[in-house]
Design a protein. Sequence first.
Length: 601
Amino acid sequence: MTRNPESPEEAAVAACLLKGGPLEQDLLGLLTAARGGLSIPDLRELTGADLVAVEEILHSVAGRIITRRLPAFADDGPQVYLLGHEELQSAACHYLGHDRLTHYRDRLHAWAESYRTPTDGLPWPPHTPEYLLTSYPRMLAVTGDSHRLTLLALGSARHDRMLELSGGDTAALAEIKTCQDLLLASPQPDLYALARLSHQRSRLESRNARIPAGLPAVWAALGQPDRAEAPAHNLPDPGQQVWALVGVARALAAAGDSARAEALARAIADPDQQVWALVGVARALAAAGDPARACELATDAEHVARTIADPGQQVWALVGVARALAAAGDPARACELATDAEHVARTIADPDQQVWALVGVARALAAAGDSARAEALARAIADPDQQVWALVGVARALAAAGDPARACELATDAEHVARTIADPDQQVWALVGVARALAAAGDPARAEALARAIADPDQQVWALVGVARALAAAGDPARACELATDAEHVARTIADPDQRAWALVGVARALAAAGDPARACELATSAEHVARTIADPGQQAWALTEVAKVVGLPRAGHLMGEAFALGAWLTPLPVLATLHPQEVIRIADAIYADELSCDAR
C-alpha cells in the first residue's frame, strides 16, 4: 500500500529512503532500525564510510528530519542521533518496508554480537558503544526479540560496564524486568531463561547490600547527582534506601539543584520520609532566596504529613513543615500548623513521647514568632528536664527574632527549673544549654558565671566554649579568646583521654572562630597527642578527624590518613570533601567498585 507524505518532514524521509544515495539511505535505515541513539562513530563503524561523509549527510539533507541529544552516561561523549519524533519513525519504517528494516536490524545484531563475543579480548570492553548498553535492549524489547534480550540481560560483564558508567544498577535491573515481562507474555514461558534472570537480578541486588547508605549523599554533595541516585535506588533494604534518597535530595537542594531534588523527594513513597525530603528542599529554596517556591513545597509536604497514620511521626512531620514555612516567610501558616501538631501530640499514648513532641511544638511556635504560646506550652510541661529544653529553645528563638530581653528572662527561668532536676548529669547538661541560650541572648556575663559554676570539667568546657563562640559572633573576639583560654585550662584537667581530646578540639574551634588561628592550631596539636592515647580505634579515628578540621592542610592529610587506617572509611570523608572534593569522588568510586566486584571474585 502506498502512503502519501503527510508533512514536509515525511516527504524528506521518503525522498531520502527512496531517492537518496546509498550512504544516505544506510544512515537513515540504521537510525530507523536502531530507534535512535547512534553516534557518528557508531554509524561510521556500522557503514565503513568516511567520517566526514557521515557528518555531512547528518548535518545537511537528513539533518532536516534528525535530531541530536547528549549521551545518557558521559556528558563529554559524542552526541547521539535519532529521528525527530514518533511520526517520522513510523513513516521511515513504512518506506523502508519489512525486508529492508530486517536487513538493517541484522546489521545492528551482528555489530552487537561483535562486542558480546569478540574474537580477541574480553566481552563488552571499555570502548563499547553506549547504544549497546542503553538503547539496543529497548529496540529488542519493541521488536519482541526475547532471545537476544535474554542474552544481554544475563551478561554480567555488560552490567559491570553499565555500572562503571552510570554508578548504579538501576538500568540493569530495569532491563531484567523488561526481559522477564517479555518472556512471561509468551504462551509457554522459558523457565530456564526466567530462572537465570532471577539469579542475575539477585546477584545485582545482593552486591548493592554492601554499599554504605551514607555514600549517595556524599556524591550528591560533591556535585555528582547521577552517581548519588543510582546506588541510593539500588540499596535493597527499604529503610536504608529511603533515608539515602532523603539525604541525596537534601544534598542536591543544598548544592542548588532544587528541581532534581524536588523530583527525587516526590518519588519517595513513604509519607513520613517524603515529608522530610520535601522540607529539606523547601528550606534550601528559602535560603537560596525563593520563598514563594519554598512555601509551595512546604504546603505539599503538609498534605503528605497529614496522611501519616502514626501520631508521633505526624507531629514531628508537621513541626518540620511549620519550621520550613517560618523560614520561608509565612509565620501565620506556620503557627496554624504548629497548633495542629499540638492537637495531634496530645493523642500520643506514651507520656514521654508526648512531652518531647510538645517540646518540638513549642520550638516550632517560637520559630514562627508566636513566643507567647510557645512559652505557655513550654511552662505547662511537667518534667523539669524536658521543660528546660523547651524553654531554652524558645529563648534562642526569641534571641534570633531580636528580643534579647525576653530571651534572657526565659533563659533565667530555664535555669531555675534546671536546678530542680534530680539527676545530676541531666541537670548539668541542662545548665550548659541555659548558658548557651544566655550567651545567644546577649548576656555573656551571666552565661559565663553559670558556665564557671559547673563542677564537672568536661561539661564546663562545653559551656565555656558555647559562650566564647557567642562572644565571637557578637563582635568581642578578645573576650572570646580569654574565655576559650580558660576553657583550655579546664579541658587539660579532664582525666578521660577521649573526652579531653574532644574538649581540646572544641576549644580550638572556638579560638579559630575568635580570630586566633595560630593558637587554635597549637591546641589542635595538643588534642592530636591526646587522641593518640585513646584505646578504641574508632573513637581515635573520630578524634583525629576533628583535629584535622582545625589544622588544615598539609597536616590534615596525614591525620585523615590515620583515621582511614583506624576506623570506618566514612569517618574522615566530610572533612576530606571540604579540602579535596575530587579525591573523595575517586575514593568513593573505587570503594563502590570494590564492593560490587566481590561477587565477581
